[in-house]
Design a protein around this ligand. Structure first.
Ligand SMILES: C=C(O[C@@H]1C=C(C(=O)O)C=C[C@H]1O)C(=O)O
Length: 272
């Protein structure tokens, strides 16, 4: 039995929609990214689409499954910094950060400090734009919470951090990777490999049946079919050389900004 992290947000549907929920080898544990980051670290699950940042914290212990990620080159549509003022005016002000994210929280810090040259104060809060704006001048939301807040057209500036990252670095951005503890390569090689094949098959099936996923998203969150079709055109669920270069750029900047204590080296299994 492999205990995998199931992320219920729409951006993850291409990974999970066609993954068997009844398979005897799988048990799914549903949580937001920070929940899975913590559960993988303390052994409550065996494998999950964790925050890329969390891989950077545990790279000595984890391996990455190849050809699976949540990435975009440019606009992402669901990693949004809502702000009462232009970002260049945030120096010394308060930025609320969702407690569901690790990658985007640190992406926000890199972009604000390095690209916009401002150093705000940060609060970690649960994902409610109203609650965050009661205490802060800007608010980071990710995933469905960000989509839902943006659909309500709040009166504020809205920055897409995939787009900001691309403007800053010219690179793609990887938000999540599928990781598992390296020791499983020796302890439970066959099971991990079988689950890997299931994940790749589920993703492949999703990418040729995107209309199913688009309709599911509309049922979940509303919005037009056109909106959801457009949302998914931005994503890359693989991990090719260009995508890996963007991931390395992000992790290296995290290290250089003292957000990570060591410079991560990526290790993939199975090796291609
Ligand atoms: C694209 C997204 O990426 C997510 C962002 C994450 C993070 O910031 O830690 C983790 C998992 C990703 O699925 C999103 O939430 O919209």
């Amino acid at each position: 039995m492999i205990r995998i992290g199931h992320n219920p947000n729409t951006n993850m549907l291409p990974m999970f929609h066609f993954l068997s929920k009844e398979h005897p080898l799988l048990e799914s544990i549903t949580a937001e990214p920070t929940g899975h980051n913590a559960m993988l670290c303390d052994g409550r699950i065996d494998m999950a689409p964790i925050s890329a940042f969390s891989y950077g914290e545990h790279w000595q212990d984890y391996a990455i499954l190849p050809n699976l990620s949540v990435s975009t080159k440019g606009r992402v549509g669901s990693i949004l910094l809502f702000s009462k003022v232009p970002l260049e005016n945030l120096d010394g002000m308060i930025v609320a950060l969702t407690d569901t994210s690790a990658t985007s929280v640190n992406l926000t810090k890199i972009l604000l400090h390095q690209y916009y040259g401002v150093v705000p104060r940060y609060l970690t809060m649960s994902s409610s734009l109203q609650g965050m704006f009661a205490k802060a001048d800007a608010a980071l939301l990710i995933a469905d919470a960000a989509i839902q807040a943006a659909l309500l057209q709040p009166e504020c500036y809205i920055y897409d951090l995939g787009e900001e990252w691309f403007n800053y670095t010219g690179c793609s951005m990887t938000y999540a990777v599928w990781a598992f503890p390296k020791r499983l390569i020796t302890e439970r090689k066959e099971e991990v490999f079988t689950v890997y094949q299931m994940l790749i098959a589920a993703k492949t099936k999703a990418l040729i049946n995107m209309e199913d996923i688009v309709k599911t998203c509309q049922t979940m969150l509303g919005g037009s079919l056109e909106f959801w079709r457009d949302y998914f055109t931005q994503f890359n669920y693989g991990l090719d050389k260009t995508t890996v270069a963007g991931l390395e750029k992000y992790l290296n900047l995290c290290f250089e900004q003292n957000l990570l204590s060591s410079r991560p080296v990526l290790q993939f299994w199975p090796e291609e």
